[in-house]
Design a protein around this ligand. Structure first.
Ligand code: TXA
Ligand code: MG
Length: 318
């Protein structure tokens, strides 16, 4: 198992030696390595069992640092950085030659973000390279929002997990790119479309789900627990499926027919931020229970609800 601790000097030394360290961010834990060193980046793909066509996000300390790795920053991207960084927004920008092709899976854009977590920001401030970091889970599984989640799955493969507590946002960053100057959301995430639009006006979304997507986090089946997830209206699902072997992932209200131990309520008060925070832990807990199915319902499709529903739909595709 990996050591879990708050020692940023140790984390820095491991990263400088080309090793990987799990790092906290406000969204989910990342599996970090030196983004400029192909050998470290290769380790990330190996440890995660991730296909090399899936590009990694590069984490930087500030907008100024981001400009060291890209050739241009559109005006709208500048405005978004000013307003929302550090925060759960990844921007796809034209990369320069210093970013290895391995990081971007050969694409000419690099996903860059400045994570909002004090420990990771201190770590980044002390490094003279940016950190490539996908979510710290095996490819295709639910993202980790606690150090224990990381340890359960990757603990045998890495030495150190930097302990930043539970992730505050709980769902991955929103990925936004530009096509012919127009902003396009490629993955719904921890920064809502509404907040983005309040700064730069209308944005469209291109949430792909083909087998060779632009943002492979958009593979149809992704973010998925091992158990079968069935999405629908809980009251109807519970009439179709056996409540004795079913777990429930509900937005606000429990289902009386099901054992309360097998139920997770994302937010009794109907708060989407709280629901996002609890989503991945709940999926992991349900996955460990002695049940056969996870029955889940969508949440209102506004604000962070879009990201929550996106993850639920992918979790339900097997
Ligand atoms: O919140 C997050 O974004 C977390 C934390 C650790 O920062 N990271 C994360 O990374 O979720 P990952 O690798 O699990 O998901 C990154 C997503 C993938 O769907 C990837 O395909 C997409 O971003 N992506 C990265 N670079 C891209 C690029 N240049 N073009 C298109 N999509 C890109
Ligand atoms: Mg991921």
């Amino acid at each position: 198992m990996a050591i879990i601790g708050k020692d940023i000097i140790k984390a820095r030394q491991l990263l400088q030696a080309g090793e990987l360290v799990a790092i906290p961010t406000e969204t989910v834990y990342g599996l970090a390595g030196n983004a400029l060193q192909p050998a470290s980046v290769t380790k990330i793909f190996t440890v995660k069992n991730r296909p090399s066509f899936d590009p990694l996000i590069v984490h930087v300390h500030s907008p100024e640092k981001a400009s060291e790795w890209v050739t241009e920053i559109p005006e709208a991207a500048k405005q978004l950085m000013d307003r929302f960084w550090p925060g759960p927004l990844t921007l796809l920008l034209k990369k320069n030659k210093q970013i290895p092709d391995l990081v971007t899976a050969g694409m000419d854009t690099v996903g860059i973000r400045c994570p909002n977590h004090p420990l990771t920001l201190s770590l980044l401030a002390e490094l003279d390279f940016p950190l490539a970091a996908p979510s710290a889970n095996p490819f295709g599984y639910v993202s980790p929002t606690t150090p224990a989640h990381v340890n359960e799955q990757l603990g045998a493969k890495i030495q150190y997990i930097l302990d930043g507590g539970n992730c505050e946002v709980g769902i991955e960053s929103t990925v936004l790119g530009f096509e012919k100057g127009k902003p396009i959301i490629h993955r719904f995430g921890g920064l809502s479309q509404e907040k983005i639009e309040s700064i730069i006006g209308k944005v469209s979304s291109k949430i792909q789900s083909t087998s060779n997507p632009k943002s492979p986090g958009q593979l149809i089946s992704h973010y998925a627990p091992a158990k079968t997830v069935i999405l629908g209206k809980l009251k109807e699902l519970i009439e179709t499926y056996d409540p004795r072997v079913s777990g429930i992932l509900a937005f606000q209200h429990a289902i009386p027919a099901v054992n309360s131990k097998h139920q997770f309520i994302l937010s009794p008060g109907g708060n989407l931020e709280e629901a996002a925070q609890n989503l991945f832990s709940a999926l992991r807990e349900l996955d460990k229970m002695k049940i056969e199915l996870i029955l889940a319902e969508e949440v209102p499709d506004v604000g962070l609800g879009k990201a929550i529903n996106d993850r639920l739909r992918r979790a339900a595709k097997h």
